[in-house]
Design a protein around this ligand. Structure first.
Ligand code: CAA
Length: 385
């Protein structure tokens, strides 16, 4: 299958790029420096309908689908990875409801999330359940009309600022990962709170915290699917959102390349712009080639997944392409940002220039939504199983 962006999608790309240049770029360094969640940009993205791009029109979204979400995230990430995470994390947070929710749950939660009136978060990871997501220890015990949740989550994007969380907890520890269940938890439920706020290397301004559940009663109607469906819902969610992280990585890399090319044209050494030296030209050529290859893979994955969602199918290829897109694009983002810093030499290392920020931001794309070692494992399994 090949893909081609429709005129509508090309127009969306241009519109978002223009908005990102005008409204996000001037805030990027400040967001990183202050490490404060950019509420103004969340409002801007909500007004522009960007938070509901992945939500069908029937549930209040714009219904433009996964390739559009990727375009939005890519173009914002070109100037600020932290700001692009506002869109990516919303997509991740609402996806379990989209893939596992009942009609009532979708009607109740998706419209307020698509409009950006409320923010959401995905609560899977725990101190001892990272790559081994199936070993979640948070416990959910049914008591009449509610489940009582106890446990602790960590590294949760949007922790403490989200209104709605999907929390993965075990309803039957004897069944291991087949005993995991997914619950919609609202921020005001008793016993639910955000813990320590993390100080991070990059994506500063995006808030990452622990979550604490202490005898937290969650209405039984907030269970997504059936008891035991939790792990499958988590994996189906990540299959659909990992290409978005790939798109974020492509955006970060493109931003770094653009800056390095302009700099190489202007920086004069030995009496000539450094862009005239083959050593620099070869680096720039490798960077643009890798970025374009990553972009093709990300959009191939996004179109493949969108097509499967529209047709109601779930081919095994989804996991393979989703993981390949995230793996390849994030490795490219890391290589390209390191090389872009090198093109600027000493200036690249200084905080006055944006490249060291882009390099710090690129690193997380190799880690979150599954480390790249896990992506390789998923890809290899699709070949061998
Ligand atoms: N879709 C549907 N079902 C799936 C699936 C998928 N993609 N992948 C697995 N399953 C099912 C399997 O079919 C299997 O069920 P059956 O036994 O009935 O066939 C069951 O789930 C167990 O699967 P595995 O045996 O493959 O499970 P595993 O324990 O070996 O590991 C893993 C799977 C791929 C390593 C998985 O644990 C994983 O992806 N780990 C990484 C977790 C991750 O990405 N964490 C990121 C957290 S989110 C985050 O970072 C967000 C943030 O805040 C920004």
């Amino acid at each position: 299958m090949s893909y081609r962006l429709s005129e509508d999608l090309e127009m969306l790309r241009r519109t978002v790029a223009k908005m990102a240049e005008a409204r996000v770029a001037p805030r990027a360094a400040e967001i990183d420096e202050q490490d404060a969640y950019p509420w103004d940009l969340k409002e801007l993205f909500a007004e522009q309908g960007l938070l509901g791009a992945g939500v069908p029109e029937a549930y209040g979204g714009t219904g433009v689908g996964l390739p559009a979400v990727c375009l939005i995230v890519e173009e914002i990430a070109r100037v600020s990875a932290s700001a692009s995470l506002i869109v990516a994390a919303q997509e991740l947070g609402l996806m379990p409801i989209l893939v596992g929710g009942s009609e009532e749950q979708k009607q109740k939660y998706l419209p307020v999330l698509a409009s950006g009136e409320q923010i959401c978060a995905f609560g899977l990871t725990e101190p001892n359940a990272g790559s081994d997501a199936g070993s979640v220890k948070t416990r959910a015990v049914r008591q009449g009309d509610v489940y009582i949740l106890n446990g602790q989550k960590c590294f949760i994007t949007n922790g403490g600022i989200a209104d709605v969380y999907t929390i993965f907890a075990s309803t039957d520890p004897s069944k291991g990962l087949k005993g995991l269940s997914a619950f919609i938890v609202e921020k005001d439920y008793p016993g639910f709170s955000a813990g320590k706020k993390e100080k991070k290397m990059g994506i500063r301004g995006s808030q990452t915290t622990e979550l604490i559940l202490e005898n937290c009663p969650v209405p039984a109607e907030n269970l997504l699917g059936k008891e035991g469906d939790g792990f499958k819902i988590a994996m189906m969610t990540l299959d659909r959102t990992r290409p978005v992280i790939g798109a974020q990585a492509v955006g970060i890399a493109q931003g770094a390349l653009d800056y390095a090319v302009n700099y190489a044209r202007e920086r004069v050494q030995f009496g000539k712009p450094i862009a005239s030296f083959q050593g620099i030209q070869f680096m720039l050529a490798d960077m643009v080639t890798r970025i374009e290859a990553a972009r093709q893979l990300v959009y191939k994955a996004a179109f493949l997944i969108e097509e499967a969602v529209q047709n109601g199918t779930s081919p095994a290829e989804i996991s393979r392409f989703s993981s390949m897109a995230k793996l390849f694009a994030s490795d490219v983002a890391m290589q390209v940002t390191v090389d872009a810093v090198q093109v600027l030499g000493g200036y690249g290392y200084m905080r006055e220039y944006p490249l060291e920020r882009m390099m710090r931001d690129a690193k997380i794309t190799q880690i979150y939504e599954g480390t790249n070692q896990i992506q390789r494992l998923v890809i290899a399994r699709t070949l061998l199983d």
